[in-house]
Ligand binder design. Structure first.
Ligand code: NIG
Ligand code: FE
Length: 393
């Protein structure tokens, strides 16, 4: 994770949306494809700039309508996330507006989120449903994500988060909600090809470990991969989740020592979301150093959502990773690119500037890559390239 693969005086040659050659400029300029097409090649001058792989934001919740300003103010008065959720705010308060919204209205909100992410250098996004919580509204959310993805130049992976919380109408009958997720939502999302992953919020007040495993089982039976929100507020033993072959375990602010070794021994990625800790005013950031020391694959993502992390900015997340979690800038950039791609099963096409990979880059107005993590509250991303297509900010 500490090897950033820095090349100075570099060039990248792209063709048909893919990187054909990358390295020292003098070597790239010798490439046959360049020589044969010298006059036709479109040149993007990046001198004095830093070019990194487009960020892969591997954990976001963009399918919502309103910011949660009431919760925000209540927290400034000292209320905690759990207290607000218990008293009727939290995830529930985003559900009503999503249920009322038309699919095209929701699509506009999701697309606006993708565009704001791209302005900050993101070219691949994982986007979850999870504010509909009925069969119809979860499918509507997934469809909205799919249509926003079609209108956006970046790449999108979709995740069914029907198990975000038990919706209000099931409070007195929560055991009936799991079959709705297992028997209706998951098979429908699979059949309609609307989801790549199934996610569960495995936490006190949301879903238990047993319930999570049941939902994962259904996901696997339907040929969908899994990821989980876990250890955000309380620790939960991770062994059985890891044994189930989960692609990614996300948050992990609270983990036990033995879990760290087990994550490191597994193929699962630990996706850390420091934006949520920051926004909730928490003190306990995930222990990135322990995970890296143990040899875990670690990704960083925004967790873009209205309740705990309303930021589209990966570079702000990198700032938090360096200042609060003591990750080096090289580790943070790797976690936000190549490892994010790995967490989404895209390690052969996204997250690296290398031959055969998709030509997805973020170009920063900085001379040194470390500045991407150093300046905060300022967006230094100047342009993105997605599949070889340049978008300026
Ligand atoms: O990742 N923890 C669960 N889900 C989101 C929060 C969703 C919300 O509050 O709207 C998260 O932090
Ligand atoms: Fe989340």
């Amino acid at each position: 994770m500490s090897d950033i693969g820095l090349v100075t005086d570099a060039a990248v040659l792209c063709h048909n949306g893919k990187t054909v050659a990358a390295g020292k400029q003098r070597d790239v300029l010798r490439h046959d494809l360049y020589r044969a097409n010298r006059k036709k090649v479109k040149v993007l001058d990046c001198s004095g700039r830093t070019v990194i792989p487009g960020f892969v934001d591997s954990h976001t919740h963009p399918a919502f309508i309103h910011p949660r300003l009431k919760d925000f103010e209540l927290r400034t008065a000292g209320a905690t996330y759990a207290e607000i959720a218990k008293s009727g705010g939290g995830i529930h308060s985003s559900v009503e507006a999503v249920r009322m919204a038309s699919q095209s209205q929701l699509t506009r909100h999701v697309l606006s989120a993708f565009e704001r992410m791209q302005v900050h250098g993101t070219t691949t996004v994982e986007a979850k449903s999870g504010y509909g919580l009925t069969l119809k509204d979860e499918l509507k959310s997934l469809r909205a994500i799919r249509s926003a993805a079609k209108a956006w130049p970046g790449a999108v992976r979709t995740t069914l988060l029907g198990a975000h919380v038990v919706p209000r109408e099931f409070t007195k009958n929560r055991s009936a909600y799991i079959p709705l997720v297992v028997e209706k939502m998951i098979p429908a999302a699979k059949k309609l090809k609307l989801a790549d992953f199934v996610d569960v919020f495995c936490e006190e007040g949301a879903f238990s470990l047993e319930e999570t495993l049941k939902i994962f089982d259904a996901a696997k039976k339907n040929g969908l991969k899994t990821r989980a929100h876990v250890g955000q507020f309380t620790a939960c033993p991770l062994e059985r989740l890891l044994d189930s072959g989960v692609s990614s375990l996300d948050h992990l602010d609270h983990v036990q020592k033995k879990d760290v070794a087990q994550i490191a021994d597994s193929d699962s990625v630990a996706t850390l979301l420091p934006g949520a800790v920051y926004f909730l005013g928490g003190k306990r950031y995930p222990d990135a150093r322990a995970l890296i020391r143990a040899g875990a694959a670690l990704a960083l993502a925004t967790d873009f959502n209205p309740g705990t992390s309303p930021t589209p900015s990966m570079s702000f997340i990198l700032s938090l990773a360096c200042t609060q979690m003591k990750m080096t800038p090289a580790e943070a950039i790797n976690a936000a690119t190549v490892n994010g791609a790995h967490a989404l099963g895209l390690s052969m096409s996204k997250g690296r500037i290398a031959e055969t990979f998709d030509a997805d880059f973020a170009i920063f107005k900085t001379k040194d890559y470390r500045e991407i993590c150093y300046w905060f509250g300022e967006n230094l991303c100047e342009r993105t390239v997605t599949g070889g297509v340049v978008t300026g900010n």
